[in-house]
Design a protein around this ligand. Structure first.
Ligand code: LAC
Length: 300
């Protein structure tokens, strides 16, 4: 998915890109040469380089962590914890040393737990560490709503809260099609089906692909988050942010609506939730907490 993210970012002409792969230089270098040659055809002036040197992080405004292994069919995102946390810790040390002012967008799973590894290892303020999950999960929900209504997905606004796991909270109550609540357009059963499909959408792709997980939509979601960080034109995006009392939760990352801008997370928006939604968010937070506990016992 790093390639997809780089492709979309290059197309937006937002910045020069450095692809870092400390394990497989050839892979990153091949992608960089391939991607750079698309530039003249696609109207991109972005310079794209590859390296296996972590020092190349120097001067980076934004670091996107895509390092880690993806799921295999039948695996839970938490099954990746041990491997991906170790990789993240190494990278986070590199970021803290070489790019101490950077903003970090984490994509590796289990998303919300790996974000915490970054926060703790870098010692960065919480504004500068954020996780990409809600943007993707919400895009999936928007797409499924548009499919169900046979309408243009761009007209659909919808939000998915919670951890990036099976207990994520697709918030259909606030979803609209060009301002019209979806509850006016679809039955409760139809909406429930879309909620279930959204929760399973990552696994649906993994199951179909057999090797690897979703990458195009994941890359597009990363691009959507990196853009406001670089341009300063703030966007409201559901993203994994470090909560310090918001939603009655603290000391963990969870997907919530945030305003992303030049300084990272500029605002965490606290929505008034129904009791059922609050309960669902709590259960999702409990799932993330279990991951954090598992990480702690791995480190013990
Ligand atoms: C997904 C993976 C990237 O949701 O977590 O597809």
């Amino acid at each position: 998915m790093a390639t997809a993210a780089a492709t979309f970012l290059a197309e937006r002409n937002l910045a020069d890109l450095v692809l870092i792969d400390v394990v497989n230089y050839g892979l990153a270098a091949g992608k960089a040469v391939d991607l750079a040659a698309a530039g003249p055809l696609r109207g991109s002036s972005a310079r794209i380089h590859a390296t296996d040197r972590i020092e190349a992080l120097a001067g980076a405004r934004v670091v996107v962590n895509t390092a880690g292994v993806p799921r295999k069919p039948g695996m839970d995102r938490m099954d990746l914890l041990k491997t991906n946390a170790a990789i993240a810790r190494r990278l986070a040390r590199g970021v803290a040393t070489h790019a101490p002012d950077a903003m970090v967008v984490n994509v590796a799973n289990p998303l919300d737990v790996i974000c915490q590894v970054f926060l703790q290892t870098t010692g960065f303020p919480r504004e500068r560490v954020v996780g990409m999950a809600g943007a993707l999960d919400s895009a999936r929900l928007r797409t499924f709503i548009a499919d169900a209504l046979d309408c243009d997905p761009r007209d659909v606004a919808a939000l998915v809260l919670g951890g990036h796991g099976d207990r994520m909270v697709p918030l259909v109550r606030t979803a609209t099609v060009a301002g019209v609540p979806v509850s006016e357009l679809l039955s409760a059963e139809a909406l429930e089906h879309l909620v279930r499909r959204t929760r399973q959408a990552g696994a649906e792709v993994v199951g179909l692909l057999k090797t690897g997980s979703a990458f195009t939509s994941t890359g597009a979601a990363v691009c959507a988050m990196v853009e406001p960080l670089l341009t300063g034109r703030a966007r409201m995006v559901p993203a994994s942010a470090y909560l310090q009392g918001e939603y009655g939760l603290r000391d963990l990352f969870l997907g919530v609506p945030v305003l992303l801008g030049r300084h990272g997370v500029e605002r965490i928006v606290e929505l008034a939730l129904t009791d059922a939604e609050r309960g669902a968010l709590q259960r999702s937070a409990d799932e993330v907490r279990k991951g954090l506990d598992a990480l702690e016992s791995l480190n013990a």
